[in-house]
Design a protein around this ligand. Sequence first.
Ligand code: S3P
Length: 171
Amino acid sequence: MKNIYLCGFMGCGKTTVGKELAKQTGMSFLDTDKEIERRSEKSVSEIFSEYGELAFRLLERELLQTISGDESLVVAMGGGMIIPSCNSDYASKTGCVILLDVPFEECYRRIANEKTRPLAEQMIENELEELYWCRMKNYRAAAEIIVDANCRPTVCAENIKRTIMQRKGSF
Ligand code: S3P
């Protein structure tokens, strides 16, 4: 099995669903934010504040290039990772890109009071909603499969598994 890349807006559940999917399939799980933090020994917020967003985006690209050589990984991508076309090309060539579709209001409810996401901290609700709709175009264009993820993580992971089986005949 090639990699499974979960994309979608902050708060759509990529990490939670990804862990559940990995458990259900026996695949390995990787969270790109956590991996960047492990490699750089800094939090995402520290990277943003000390080096700027662009530096973080370069780390994302470098990580994607590394993991796209792997197989059988469930990858929870940071919400901005799939946006550059070179990143979405890498992901599509090396795996199946899945969009976790969750309404903005629900994403916002989950991220509003979190302190770990620099963009969510910098922006007010209207700006985040604008970013959501702008990003949604990229997510939809990049995704091979779109799943309704406004449900329990176990159910969402089962739906992903079933859809991949239907589309590809095997898992
Ligand atoms: C970002 C999303 C975050 C993290 C960083 C930037 C974004 O990940 O990569 O704060 O640009 O949408 P999550 O989507 O896991 O919150």
